[in-house]
Structures are given as structure tokens and as C-alpha cells.
Design a binder for this molecule. Structure first.
Ligand SMILES: [Zn+2]
Length: 291
């Protein structure tokens, strides 16, 4: 059994590029990359969604609902324990039972990946810092009088996550002072997704997290760059004015995985007057990789 049916493989300037339609099939490519390295690589993913659900949650829920399984969590953890990245059959079986957003947890829990960092547009709080958790707890305990600890300011500190998955927080587009943020903010924010100024800010936020477990920056250890095309909501977004940081992330990645997710691209697209399909976006992205 071969894993090649899960992806299209391109080699661009000597770099392996794996294109999948459904994002969870990227697990096949990640397993192949894992086999080529002495240690599991990190993942830097750019995606509209956080994709941080627990592996096999959906399948375990369904099997319990149907009465095939007594203890959902025992069943779920059993499936996780069976993932063996040396074995094509094991990886193919895992992919068959993974649903949306569960692939990163599956890969991290089976040591296909080490740490995963998610640059995303759907959860501004994302992985909370120690200071943010303390502030939130203090506010709850002292309601309605307000928190007794100071409002958190960056840089912040983080506890290493048991699954080693971190969703990077964001405020809005760089320099936004609108409060509360509105629909126009959403457009400008998503337009910046691979703009150097924005990515530099995301990488700085990521470094605040990674420093807490001894990694000086997200680029300081081998990483796979993973891109879900639904992160792009306009033509402007895939054509940044300054792509230098994005191109550096491409250049230094050990491999690149791309999820085309055509339906999600349509769902998240924000410019009604200038539409692009997932295959248009893929062409543009492969152009960035060529450059
Ligand atoms: Zn805003």
C-alpha cells in the first residue's frame, strides 16, 4: 500500500510540495517527511481555522452514538495509539477515520510532528498566556469589582501544551485602532495574512510561546510549512505588497503541504466582485514557491 493517492506531489527548486484536497490527508505527506528526518519536524500552518480539534473526536462520537463503542475516550485514545508513521497502512487507516480539523492533533500525538504553530484568522485569543489566564480568573473571582491583577501586556509567558499545539493570537490588521473591530477590519486583517509586517508580528507572538520551551523562534528548528488555501479571502491577500517573510518561510521549510479545501475557500471568500477559486489560488501560491 502506498500513500501517494492522498496527495499530488510536485518538486519545485528541489523542494517537496504535497497538495491535498482535504486537509487531514496532509498526514500522509507529514509521515513521509517524518521518515526522511532523524527527529520529528515542527509545523507552521497558515489557515483560516485553528484546526486544533482532538484526533478522532468525530469518529469516536459517531461510533458511541451508534452503540458500537462503550467508552468514547478509551476508544479515541486507542485509535491515536495505533498511529504508526512507519506504516503506510496505519497512516491510511488513520486518515479514513479523521474528520475536519483533527489532523494536527493526530500528527502531534503520534510524534509525526513535534510542535505545531497555527497562524489563523478565526480565534483572536487562541492559546492563552499565563498572564491572560490569571487576569481572567481574577476578574471572575472579583466580579463585579474587576480584576486585582494587572491587565496583561506583551511579551507574555506560556505553559507548554500537552499536545504541543499552539494557536497564535492576533489583534486585528497591523495598526488598527477601531474598537470594537468590525466587518471592514475583517477584510483588512485577512488581506494581510501573508504580508511581511503581519507575519513578522505573528512570528514574534509565536516566539513568545516557543521561548517558554527553549525554542528561540519558530524558524530555529526544522519545520514543515502548511498552507490551507481558505486562509486567503481576496486577490489582494495572495498578492502581498511585501512577500519577503513569506518567501523566507517557504525557502527554509523542509517541505510544504497545501490543502486546497475548495468549499472552504468559497465559504470564506470576502470579495464578491472579484472571485477566485481554490485552483486559481493554488496557481498563485505555486508561483510564490517558484519565486
Ligand atoms: Zn480592527
Amino acid at each position: 500500500m502506498s500513500l501517494t493517492s492522498f496527495f499530488q506531489h510536485h518538486v519545485i527548486k528541489g523542494k517537496d510540495i504535497y497538495v491535498v484536497d482535504d486537509h487531514h490527508k496532509a498526514l500522509a505527506a507529514w509521515a513521509l517527511v517524518r521518515r526522511s528526518l532523524a527527529e520529528p519536524p515542527n509545523l507552521i500552518t497558515i489557515d483560516h481555522h485553528t484546526d486544533t480539534s482532538e484526533a478522532f473526536r468525530g469518529h469516536a462520537h459517531w461510533e458511541t452514538h451508534e452503540g458500537h463503542v462503550k467508552d468514547r475516550e478509551v476508544f479515541r485514545l486507542g485509535l491515536v495509539a495505533r498511529i504508526d508513521w512507519h506504516s503506510n497502512k496505519s497512516i491510511a487507516d488513520a486518515i479514513a477515520n479523521l474528520r475536519h480539523d483533527e489532523h494536527i492533533d493526530a500528527a502531534a500525538c503520534s510524534c509525526v510532528l513535534d510542535n505545531a504553530f497555527c497562524i489563523q484568522l478565526s480565534d483572536s485569543c487562541a492559546t492563552p498566556s499565563i498572564e491572560e489566564i490569571a487576569f481572567r480568573n481574577s476578574r471572575q473571582e472579583n466580579w463585579p469589582n474587576g480584576a486585582t491583577v494587572a491587565t496583561p501586556t506583551r511579551p507574555m509567558t506560556y505553559v507548554p501544551a500537552s499536545n504541543r499545539i499552539y494557536a497564535l493570537p492576533f489583534d486585528c490588521f497591523i495598526g488598527c485602532s477601531t474598537m470594537p473591530h468590525n466587518d471592514e477590519c475583517n477584510v483588512r486583517h485577512s488581506d494581510e495574512i501573508i504580508e511581511t509586517m503581519y507575519l513578522d508580528d505573528q512570528l514574534a507572538r509565536g516566539a513568545e510561546i516557543s521561548r517558554c520551551f527553549g525554542l528561540s523562534s519558530l524558524e530555529a528548528a526544522p519545520y514543515i510549512l502548511d498552507i490551507d488555501l481558505d486562509a486567503f479571502h481576496s486577490r489582494r491577500a495572495i498578492n502581498p505588497r511585501d512577500p519577503s517573510t513569506f518567501h523566507r518561510l517557504i525557502r527554509n521549510a523542509v517541505a510544504i503541504t497545501i490543502a486546497t479545501e475548495a468549499e472552504c475557500v468559497d465559504e470564506e471568500w470576502l470579495d464578491e466582485e472579484d472571485s477566485m477559486s481554490s485552483s486559481d489560488l493554488l496557481k498563485e501560491l505555486l508561483g510564490h514557491i517558484e519565486r
